[in-house]
Design a binder for this molecule. Structure first.
Ligand code: FAD
Length: 727
């Protein structure tokens, strides 16, 4: 008798920061509930899957990183499918794809789009419409409905593929496949689950019934082991958390309290992510070897100078740091390169977290992390950013991003550890479909950190294992090189402004960005102030930081010196262009006879006397002829009267100045084969500049929007329109 088998399908992910991976894992975990078996692999684990022979539906979940590049673990796969040319290569393949991206950046979802384009060019057929989720507005707006419709589509595709295989004779296979593939064109609707969806409500209610009382052990279900003893951490221990330098949150905060109608709604709460790690703490006598950051690819270099670039009451504090890289050949750089800076979590926040977990006294104990033998999590593995045998203090200082914005899966997991009923309900709301707007407002858009969330939800005592399972890697922060080593041999400059996050319901006092706040504190006593000569200021700080050069980029000045180019870099976005211009000035000195193309710089800031960064140096470039045109605008000067209308005649932002010089811009870009560079804020500026360029192309070439878009795409493709932007 034939036995009933579950249909299998394949889930492949490419993920840089773990979001695509966690969605793919979620799909694999949920598959069983839908009577399916998922085979989950990362795209770089090509020994685990074989698309050339795959006869089951394939689901891709991929993110995009940098300037539209694939994540590191999808790079080889993308190269492979780009190489393959046969239009029949994936004729047998039936796939769908979920792409994650951010519309704040150019090349939105580029990796997903590339994979989609190549799969289709190689004959693969889509069994369910691709989803393109935008982190700029909230991934869940697309991801949730896409996942909702996925299961029906996978089942249909699976059974159709099976029937094609089973029912048709050899001779008919070709026709049947055609018919099947025709039928499976997007016919699945992406519907949002309605609030009254019976099944989901039951699921929520089941969850409510299963909520355990707050656990009393440090790792949830697993007590911590110390030198063979088993020790329990009481909840009271874990809640001795107040007064650690972290501000209290009012108990009536809208972050922690819900109001009607949400408080009276039924909720569709996601499934509880299965725990998958066992964490053991071991007491050791020997002092820890590795007390600094993980050093594999990072180089420790001294800060030889720190200069305050902004002045007076400028809203943002901008600083230049000079690194002495003379003893570190691995840091040889070109203008346009950027470097990664390693920064630790703030000591008081690490202390707070350890207090909160009831583990402050065990900060020096070594952490051993292993997979739970009984875990239900598909494809579970110890996260690669968790080193073995480091101290708890090290783990929280250098490995875990405790400032990360809590994901909904984390909020869902925290529900189980909230002792207070109101807080438990609020956590359920924040991770539910119905609470999406509240999540966006109070958590995502406010950039609330995990530390701030735990402060606000004071009754939550999560185990250590939960934090290790959910917290992403503490990422190094990238900064653009702001110098040329022809001008400053053995030195590398970079510029940053100190990020100030405003107060919100979960953050009564506001806070500084992690890396920029840390760098500021590190150099504070040794800063050189403008107007003071270096010799008259305090000696240069002898501090050192860990940096590495980022993989080489294409954001470089034109290789031909005669090619004209335009640079757009307001605020700290001017940084790489200082490097471009220093390099150009040195080249001109060394080769005065050579022909150099025209250079334009569009700079903008708030006040001429506050944050006009590098003013003297830029004016010097103009005086020496290195910079042909410097166009600067000030968005706040002389605009106390808000009615002062910004326009090309009254430029306020860089894009207004671009419009003012539209003919020259068009000449360089469209008639002289010049290059166009943009650096700085991705959220507003880069988008506005892009739109302005589009306008210029439309009017100068007398073409419509579509043609202008094509022209811009062509410029990008030829690396003549380049962006180095950040959100
Ligand atoms: P974090 O602690 O990481 O906080 C930043 C977070 O705060 C972000 O999530 C942001 O969305 C959020 N945020 C910021 N302001 C607000 C607000 N008002 N309200 C709510 N949330 C807010 N930066 C430079 O200054 N100079 C450079 O040359 C430079 N070059 C870069 C090059 C590249 C290739 C990239 C990707 C980025 C670059 N950056 C540069 C940005 C830099 O890497 C850091 O992101 C930045 O300095 C902030 O780091 P932080 O750790 O201080 O802030």
């Amino acid at each position: 008798m034939p036995c009933e088998t579950k249909s299998r399908f394949v889930v492949l992910y490419g993920s840089q920061k773990g979001q695509a991976q966690s969605i793919a894992e979620g799909i694999a975990e949920e598959a069983e509930d839908h009577g399916l078996v998922a085979e989950l692999s990362c795209l770089n684990q090509d020994e685990k899957y074989n698309l050339e022979k795959e006869i089951a539906p394939v689901v891709f979940v991929v993110s995009t990183t940098g300037d539209g590049e694939p994540p590191d673990n999808a790079l080889q796969f993308v190269k492979r499918i780009n190489k393959n040319q046969s239009p029949d290569h994936y004729k047998h393949l039936s796939y769908t794809l979920l792409a994650l991206g951010d519309t704040n950046y150019a090349n939105f979802c580029n990796c997903g789009k590339t994979i989609e384009r190549r799969l289709q060019a190689l004959g693969a057929r889509q069994f369910y419409p691709a989803g393109f989720a935008d982190d700029g507005v909230g991934l869940e707006l697309v991801v949730d409905p896409w996942l909702e419709g996925l299961w029906k589509a996978v089942k249909e595709a699976s059974s159709k593929m099976a029937s094609v295989r089973n029912d048709e004779s050899e001779a008919n296979v070709k026709d049947s496949a055609k018919e099947f593939l025709g039928l499976t064109q997007p016919d699945v609707q992406l519907n949002l689950l309605s609030i009254t969806d019976q099944r989901s409500q039951e699921a929520v209610q089941t969850d409510f019934h299963n909520v355990p009382s707050a656990p009393s052990t440090s790792s949830g279900q697993n007590p911590s082991t110390f030198s063979g003893r088993t020790e329990f951490v009481s909840q009271n221990d874990a809640m001795q958390t107040k007064d650690e330098g972290i501000p209290h949150i009012s108990s009536s905060s809208p972050l922690t309290n819900s109001v009607p109608p949400l408080s009276q709604s039924s909720l569709n709460v996601p499934a509880l992510p299965p725990p998958f790690l066992d964490v053991t703490l071991v007491e050791v006598d020997a002092p820890e070897q590795n007390v600094g950051p993980l050093k594999e690819t990072f180089h420790e270099v001294p800060i030889s100078k720190a200069v305050l670039l902004s002045r007076g009451d400028s809203v943002k504090t901008a600083l230049l740091l000079e690194l002495d890289i003379s003893t570190c050949p691995a840091l040889t750089y070109q203008p346009g390169d950027s470097l990664d800076v390693l920064c630790p979590n703030r000591a008081e926040e690490v202390d707070y977290m350890l207090c909160r977990l009831g583990l402050k006294d065990r900060r020096d104990h070594r952490v051993h992390v292993a997979l739970r033998k009984d875990t239900k999590k598909k494809g579970a593995h110890v996260p690669p950013h968790i080193p073995q045998n480091v101290s708890l203090l090290f783990l929280f200082t250098w490995c875990l991003e405790i400032r990360s914005v809590p994901k909904k899966a984390f909020l869902r997991a925290l529900v189980e550890y909230a002792a207070d009923g109101t807080q438990k309900r609020r956590l359920q709301e924040l991770c539910s479909k119905q609470g999406a707007a509240d999540y966006n407002l109070h958590v995502r858009d406010a950039s609330l950190s995990v530390v701030e969330l735990l402060t606000a939800f004071s009754s939550c005592s999560p185990p250590l294992s939960l934090l290790i399972e959910h917290l992403p890697k503490l990422q190094p922060r990238p900064y653009s090189a702001a110098s040329s080593c022809l001008r400053h041999p053995g030195k590398l400059h970079f510029v940053f402004s100190v990020v100030e996050l405003p107060a919100c319901f979960g953050r009564p006092a506001g806070r500084r960005g992690l890396c920029t706040g840390w760098l500021f504190d590190l150099i504070h006593p040794g800063i050189v102030f403008p107007g003071k000569t270096e010799s008259s200021s305090s000696p240069a700080p002898a501090k050192a930081i860990h940096v590495s050069l980022r993989p080489s980029c294409s954001f470089r000045p034109p290789s031909e010196q005669s090619v004209p180019f335009i640079m757009v870099g307001p605020g700290t976005g001017v940084a790489p262009f200082i490097g471009f211009l220093q390099q150009r000035e040195e080249a001109r000195k060394r080769n005065p006879e050579a022909v150099f193309g025209e250079t334009w710089l569009f700079f903008g800031c708030r006040h001429r006397n506050g944050d006009y960064l590098f003013r003297e140096e830029l004016e010097g470039f103009v005086a020496s002829g290195t910079l042909s045109h410097l166009k600067v605008c000030f968005s706040r000067d002389g605009r106390e009267a808000e009615e002062a209308v910004a326009s090309a005649a009254n430029p306020r932002y860089v894009q207004h100045n671009l419009l003012l010089y539209r003919q020259q811009v068009a000449d360089i870009l469209l008639r002289q084969s010049g290059c166009f560079y943009v650096c700085g804020d991705a959220k507003n500026m880069a988008k506005d500049v892009n739109e302005t360029l589009m306008e210029i192309i439309k009017t100068e070439l007398h073409v419509d929007q579509l043609e202008a878009m094509k022209k811009l795409a062509e410029l990008r493709e030829k690396k003549r329109y380049l962006q180095d932007i950040w959100a």
